[in-house]
Design a protein around this ligand. Structure first.
Ligand code: R5P
Length: 342
């Protein structure tokens, strides 16, 4: 394998790919990622990749300008991997900062697909040899793959921001917005040296949430609700309302993936939440101008991971220790991309 890795990107989150490449002192390789007149995705790799280690960076999400939808971004990724394999790349790693189609990761009733497994199958048949992703909706999605999967965490970046804002220790209670998020919230609570509370929610129908109960003491505390993704914003807005009603003084929310579907920005703007903090795994296509929204960059985490993969060093070591980084100034140095005072 030739020594220097090559980075390629589709159109869903090109800004993140360029930032990762820059931090690695590389450039995003030349490629044509476009559409034919009949709307089919058209790919041409513009550089020699023979014998090279290649990373394709593409979140399965809508692009910032809205021209590339979720399905287009998936198709771009699959066809890029196929083109690279046919061009004799030695090893292709799919870097998918946001792994879309993860919500349907099991059958909850009859005649449903397991979409997350379909994506895994498609990546495999096109020639992906390794997956790097972040905060999978359910960690067990890793089991859908028989190739190495690095499921990175945005937690160090998010916690460092919260600490810098003074949102830690006794004044804060970390809140999981549902039973499924308790483990994640526990990790945050440990790192912030704060207590933990759990909101129980139910979904009477898809994309609608209702709070049924809260376990833990939130009275007189600043609540930090931790989630993996924000889609309609309903989960967080409803949880914030319930927590405030139980006596929390303020509510902040952090999530790795800011999808902000439909009316989510308005729902969160109108909510009891002080700040909505997300990362740039997904571009902020409709929340950028709103003062409540903060986007942190996780580019360094991905850059460190790519660097470690290419030099056969431990990736998990990046997340060991109290500060979430070891030898490299990675997850601790996350620039705030867009912010404003709340
Ligand atoms: C649920 O299991 C997830 O962790 C999120 O809480 C959920 O996907 C958020 O969706 P929404 O913003 O539409 O309520």
């Amino acid at each position: 394998m030739s020594s220097s890795p090559l980075i390629f990107s589709g159109n869903s989150n090109r800004a993140l790919a360029e930032e990762i490449a820059k931090r690695l002192k590389l450039h995003v390789g030349k490629s044509l990622v476009d559409k034919f007149k009949n709307e089919e995705t058209r790919i041409e790799i513009g550089e020699n990749v023979r014998g090279s280690e290649v990373f394709v960076i593409q979140s399965i999400c809508r692009s910032a300008d809205g021209k590339i939808g979720v399905n287009d971004s998936l198709m771009e990724l699959l066809l890029m991997v196929d083109a690279l394999r046919r061009a004799s790349a030695a090893r292709i790693t799919a870097v998918i900062p946001y792994y879309g189609y993860a919500k349907q990761d099991k059958k909850t009733k009859g005649r449903e697909p397991i979409s997350a497994k379909v994506i895994a199958n498609l990546l495999k048949v096109t020639g992906t040899k390794r997956l790097v992703t972040m905060d999978l909706h359910a960690a067990q999605i890793q089991g859908f793959f028989d190739i190495p999967v690095d499921n990175l965490m945005a937690m160090p970046v998010l916690c460092n921001y919260l600490k810098k804002e003074g949102l830690s220790r006794d004044r804060v209670v970390v809140v999981s917005p549902d039973a499924g998020g308790v483990h994640r919230a526990e990790l945050f609570a440990k790192r912030l040296e704060s207590s933990l509370a759990i909101v129980f929610k139910r979904r009477p129908e898809p994309d609608v949430s209702e709070v049924t109960d809260i376990v833990g003491d939130v009275k007189g505390k600043i609540a930090v609700i931790v989630d993996d993704m924000i889609s309609t914003g309903g989960t967080l807005a409803k949880a914030a309302e319930a927590i405030k009603a139980r006596g929390a003084t303020q509510v902040y929310t952090v999530a790795t993936h800011g999808i902000f579907a439909g009316d989510a920005v308005r729902v969160l703007e109108d909510s009891d939440i002080e700040k909505v903090i997300v990362t740039n795994t997904i571009p902020l296509h409709n929340a950028g101008d709103h003062p409540k929204f903060v986007q942190l960059s996780i580019a360094q985490t991905f850059a460190d991971t790519i660097s470690r993969i290419t030099t056969n060093r431990s990736v998990s070591a990046l997340f060991d220790g109290e500060e979430g980084g070891t030898s490299e100034p990675g997850p601790n140095e996350a620039p705030v991309l867009q912010t404003a005072t709340a």
